[in-house]
Ligand binder design. Structure first.
Ligand code: HEM
Length: 473
């Protein structure tokens, strides 16, 4: 029985923080070669044990809750943003019930109602901001706004969506400023962002409270959105979520989906801009489906089934998530010493453990030309050819729910993402509208951006310039 090997470092206390912070993927790969799939490094006095490859993912995501918890790792970071009583500020059994409540707002019936809203919001944004016949835009900024509009409208409802321009968007940004690694490392520092986020949170509470009270007055009116789903939901013991907790859940959901979906959509579109052949394939598929040529104005509103069946766009999103997963470090805290199966290692209480599924999803062992963006590798027919034979029994399928798949952009186990379907429908619908209305190309000077690791969610390094050109009607 022994502890996993420790990465050597020169500066006591600070340890490997700088090298890890600059490029965590490079740091992990380098040390994986030296130490294997499990190793510990020091970061500002904290002992972080990295657990990679399929065994590492499986160990972190399926660890026993009595030994390893997410709430002890995340709550200091999320509580100032989400508020009290939700997600990591409650016992895990309560989170499991809260996730069940959220699922009611992510039903197929809801998705059917959301698709026209996604289209309306994207069209509205474009008509207002991308007005030239061709031009250059900051794609990350534009897409982020489309995501916030579409998500707010469908999750928080039309009332709050209509207040976005009256400062609600600024309140989100203020809360967001707490979501940085510095707040994880220095939770004890009286950072000014805590003060402003507290005020922003109170203000959002007030706005949500008013909308909820208004809805409670008009009980006959049915809304198909997350707000309604949460207002109607009950714990197993029959208790409803309090109005305040409904608001806090909505903030949590919005934060969970905002940068993750914005980054994914932006990377997808940048790669499409660099690969016109894939764009042509996506358009050809859609034209075959709808039976006529599609242009900037003449594209039909797809049904939920249509969006689900956009195979090329599905592959585009899946492939983008494989090489550009927005969440590359998922953390837990060890609260009781825990043995790593099939090794001699025991991780002591107090350590943090980190899963980084992007390490396996970009490993040549599992994918040929693993760093290349090749959406067609997800076509069933080609799937086996493009992957190492030894891995084909991991049960790759349309969805990656098994913790032993090398590609897990949505995690696995009890903390697995419940927003995956929402994200797919939202991102595919946005791409469908944009590809019908525009041709895209990378900005010749900027090219394909590098990754920026300074935020919790990995984003393309800005400014993310991209050229658009209006297509014929
Ligand atoms: C959890 C990724 C979109 C809500 C997670 C986790 C990952 C993830 C990796 C697991 C975290 C962990 O194990 O520590 C993503 C990606 C998204 C996305 C890549 C978009 C492309 C969304 C959306 C929503 C959402 C749109 C809400 C509508 C959640 C929730 C959890 C979660 C509630 C559960 C947290 C827990 O149980 O601890 N997501 N997510 N996500 N996500 Fe997502």
């Amino acid at each position: 029985e022994q502890k996993p090997p420790t990465v050597s470092y020169y500066v006591p206390f600070i340890g490997s923080m700088i090298e890890f912070g600059i490029n965590p993927i490079k740091f992990i790969r380098k040390n994986q070669k030296i130490h294997g799939n499990f190793f510990t490094f020091l970061m500002f006095g904290r002992r972080m044990t990295v657990c990679v490859d399929i065994d590492g993912n499986d160990f972190v995501f399926n660890a026993k809750h009595s030994c390893v918890t997410a709430e002890d790792a995340y709550n200091s970071l999320t509580k100032p943003v989400f508020g009290e009583g939700v997600v990591y500020d409650v016992p895990n059994s309560v989170l499991m019930e809260q996730k069940r409540m959220v699922k009611a707002g992510l039903s197929i019936e809801n998705f059917r109602a959301y698709i026209p809203i996604f289209i309306q919001e994207v069209n509205q944004y474009i008509d207002k901001h991308w007005t030239e016949s061709e031009g250059t835009v900051d794609l990350l900024q534009s897409i982020s706004e489309m995501i916030i509009m579409t998500a707010s409208h469908t999750l928080l409802g039309p009332e709050i969506r209509s207040k976005l321009h009256e400062g609600v968007a600024d309140l989100y940004h203020t809360l967001d400023s707490c979501f940085t690694p510095i707040h994880f490392l220095f939770e004890w520092l009286p950072l000014p962002s805590y003060y402003s986020s507290g005020k922003a949170h109170d203000e959002l509470d007030r706005i949500f409270g008013t909308v909820i009270a208004e809805r409670r007055k008009h009980t006959g009116e049915k809304h198909i959105d997350m707000l309604d789903a949460l207002m109607e939901s009950r714990y197993k013991n029959g208790e409803p979520l309090s109005d305040k907790h409904v608001g806090n859940m909505l903030i949590a959901l919005l934060m969970a989906g905002q940068h993750t979906s914005a980054a994914t959509t932006t990377w997808a579109l940048l790669n499409l801009a660099a690969n016109p052949d894939v764009v042509n394939e996506a358009r050809a598929e859609n034209e075959a489906k709808f039976g006529h040529k599609l242009g900037a104005k003449s594209f039909p509103e797809p049904s939920y089934e249509d969006v689900k069946d956009f195979v090329v766009l599905d592959n585009v999103v899946r492939e983008t998530l494989r090489i550009r997963s927005p969440l590359i470090e998922l953390m837990r805290k060890v609260v009781k010493p825990v043995a790593i199966p099939n090794t001699n290692y025991v991780i002591p209480a107090g350590n943090y453990i980190i899963a980084s599924p992007i390490i396996s999803s970009t490993d040549e062992k599992y994918y040929k030309a693993a760093e290349d963006w090749v959406p067609s590798r997800w076509n069933t027919a080609e799937k086996e050819d493009s992957m190492d034979k030894a891995t084909t029994d991991y049960g790759f399928g349309a969805t990656t729910t098994s913790a032993r798949s090398p590609t897990l952009p949505f995690g696995a186990g009890r903390h697995r993402c419940i927003g995956e379907q929402f994200a797919y429908v939202q991102i595919k619908t946005i791409l469908y509208v944009l590809l019908n209305r525009f041709d895209f190309s990378l900005d010749p000077k900027r090219g394909m951006p590098e990754r920026n690791y300074q935020s919790m969610v990995v984003l393309p390094e800005g400014p993310v310039l991209c050229r658009y050109k209006r297509r014929a009607d």
